[in-house]
Design a protein around this ligand. Structure first.
Ligand code: G6P
Length: 628
């Protein structure tokens, strides 16, 4: 979704922010823009804010800048000073108002003294806007964000920081903002509430961003703002205060990943790269997290004692999208292995349906990005209700991870493709480890624990075997490129995988795909079956396979083409007159769903590839959904 990048320092080249914006492209956006303070040192000096915005890709913005400001790269360009560059930039994913140049950020106040970029949603913007219009402020865009620029201007009484502080006090909703002003051309002020802002530290310049991916190429040292922090950032200093002007210290963090890991390497798409990374990252998720002698998992970050675990009376998993599907798989693990009643909530519903949460309830927030607004809102609700709240996140230092204060990181590395792949399998394996740990505290004997560890250790090798089928899966995928609808069916552990398989296909190929419990087929979806509506039936050797075979027969009887995922050499499947079979390695009940998900990721990827889709950044989608 929206992304913020800013730079203050003596490097006159705007490439730091343009590169930063490009690194944020993966999050999904529809327009982009930047603004900087042009310092005028002449006698009748009048600093000015220059800005440029455009619809579409960052490349369009870059082109427009070169057309409008041809000397931009030169130190004496009219776009910026030859003393210092102070620039804020943004990629926008439309919420209030269509994608257009006017709605793109930065937004300036009526007097053009202030420019802001904003991530998040201002819930009371209509009231504020009316109030400001009554005070003769004017508005150009349909956005909620523009109100922030005018509000700062309204609050300005000669002190830039004080104006931002009083403005943000009046805002309801979430914000990550960066503000520049002609009055203080050497400062960027950033503020955060429920929407992240990080500051990259270098000696003579500073880079700010809503996602450290935009910073990592330039420095590994960062400071994350916490809620209600406001920071004055200059080229050689950072001062963080709260809204009441009290100075606050925030710890410096070191990014532990390399920017190289955020490049496609030899792969055509990030999605393919990330699918193929799975053996490695799944090994990373598991490494050092089990103890064969004790036959259990070691998840110290959960900060739960054996007594805490024995006392747990319920697990509630809150998540969205692919993470929600991983949560559904987690439900099977927790109930089967640990016998803890588990429910999975669409995070957006969690706080509105008044969930039953008690002190011995564990709420798990599952989120790749750790920034999803609905999941964050669920976390806040669960904390307010007194539950134990833990995060299963991939992004280290993300808002959800920090808010929960306990949890398990995936160690999957940065996931760039909007369609999540490696995060899903790593989330699943982390929940499997967690279920093992909880199960061992509550009911599983040592032998069962050791057997389970043996299966978990085998996952990377099994995934390698699935990836070795890539060409075959590509061959099969080509046959289904023209279809408009696709049904995915599964039972038991493979039911969440059917949901995830269908989600993956619709996200990147734009084929309408739905996942169903195979038993639900008869209760409606079967009406859709015909020779143009193929079915992906998950019929691996698992409990319930025979019933899935029955469902496959029902599909064939209605002339629907059927693709099956099956366990190698399964004679029952060999006998079936289905159109295609994706043969997968023999694996246990607990690991089969994970490897089957990988096969379905490849299938979706190849269908989308053959349809010529924009795989890594599908239309309308955002990698990190930071608004509710
Ligand atoms: C967006 C992404 C999905 C992702 C979902 C939840 O919709 O496009 O790929 O599964 O958000 O994101 P999270 O970061 O919380 O896992």
């Amino acid at each position: 979704m929206c992304g913020i990048v800013g730079y203050v320092g003596d490097n006159y080249d705007i490439s730091v922010v343009v590169e930063g914006l490009k690194r944020l492209e993966y999050r999904g956006y529809d327009s982009a823009g930047l603004a900087c303070v042009n310092i005028d040192n002449s006698i009748n000096s009048k600093n000015e804010i220059k800005y440029c915005k455009s619809v579409g890709k960052v490349g369009n913005l870059q082109q427009k800048i070169f057309q409008e400001y041809p000397n931009l790269i030169a130190a004496d360009s009219n776009f910026k000073s030859n003393q210092q560059l102070n620039v804020i930039a943004h990629t926008r994913w439309a919420t209030h108002g269509e994608p257009s140049t006017i709605n793109a950020h930065p937004h300036l106040d009526t007097s053009e003294k202030f420019a802001i970029v904003h991530n998040g949603i201002i819930e009371n913007y209509e009231n504020l806007r009316e109030h400001l219009i009554a005070q003769d402020f004017t508005f150009k865009s349909e956005t909620d964000s523009e109100v922030i620029a005018n509000l700062i201007s309204y609050c300005y009484e000669g002190d830039f920081f004080a104006a931002v502080a009083s403005a943000v006090k009046k805002l309801q909703g979430t914000y990550g903002i960066a503000v520049i002003s002609t009055e203080k051309p050497d400062e960027i002020i950033v503020a955060s509430k429920g929407s992240p802002i990080a500051i990259g530290l270098r000696e003579n310049d500073k880079i700010i961003a809503s996602d450290v991916v935009a910073i990592a190429a330039y420095t590994k040292q960062v400071i994350y703002l916490s809620d209600d922090d406001i920071a004055i950032v200059t080229s050689n200093n950072i001062e963080i205060r709260n809204v009441d002007n009290v100075v606050i210290e925030r710890e410096k963090k070191t990014l532990d990943w390399d920017i190289e890991s955020v490049s496609k390497g030899e792969y055509a798409h990030f999605m393919l790269k990330e699918i193929f990374e799975q053996p490695q990252v799944l090994a990373n998720s598991v490494r050092g997290r089990y103890n064969l002698d004790l036959a259990t998992a070691n998840l110290a970050g959960l900060n739960l004692t054996a007594q805490d675990i024995v006392r747990l009376n319920r697990i509630v998993i809150a998540a969205c999208g692919t993470s929600l599907n991983a949560g559904l798989l987690g439900e099977y693990y927790f109930e089967d292995l640990a016998h803890i009643p588990t429910e999975v909530d669409q995070a957006a519903e969690f706080r509105y349906r008044n969930p039953i949460i008690e002190v011995d309830s564990l709420v798990l927030a599952v989120s790749q990005s750790g920034e999803t607004a609905d999941t964050l809102a669920a976390v806040n609700e669960a904390i307010n209700k007194g539950a134990i709240v833990a995060a299963i996140c991939n992004s280290v230092g993300s808002t959800i991870a920090r808010r929960c204060g306990r949890g398990v990181y995936l160690h999957a590395g940065v996931e760039v493709s909007v369609a999540s792949t490696k995060a899903f399998t790593c989330q699943s394996v982390v929940m499997l480890l967690m279920a093992l740990m909880f199960g061992r505290c509550r009911r599983l004997n040592q032998q069962t624990g050791q057997d389970l560890i043996a299966e978990i250790i085998k996952i990377p090798q099994l995934v390698e075997e699935v990836l070795a089928q890539s060409d075959e899966i590509h061959r099969i995928a080509k046959k289904y490129v023209k279809c408009c609808n696709f049904l995915y069916i599964g039972r038991g552990y493979l039911y969440p995988v059917a949901l995830e398989g269908a989600l993956k296909l619709k996200e990147i190929s734009y084929i309408h795909a739905e996942g169903y419990h195979a038993a639900e087929l008869k209760h409606g979806p079967i009406a859709l079956l015909c020779e143009d509506t193929p079915v992906m039936a998950l019929a691996n050797k698992m409990p319930g396979k025979d019933k899935v075979i029955g469902n496959i027969q029902e599909c064939l009887a209605r002339k629907a083409p059927v693709v099956v995922t099956a366990t190698k050499n399964d004679a029952d499947i060999e006998k079936l007159a289905v159109d295609d079979v994706i043969w997968l390695p023999e694996a246990s009940v607990y690991t089969t769903p994970i490897i089957t998900a990988v096969a379905l990721q490849l299938f979706s990827y190849f269908v989308a590839l053959e349809r010529g889709c924009e795989i890594d950044q599908p239309r309308n989608l955002a990698k990190s959904v930071t608004v509710e």
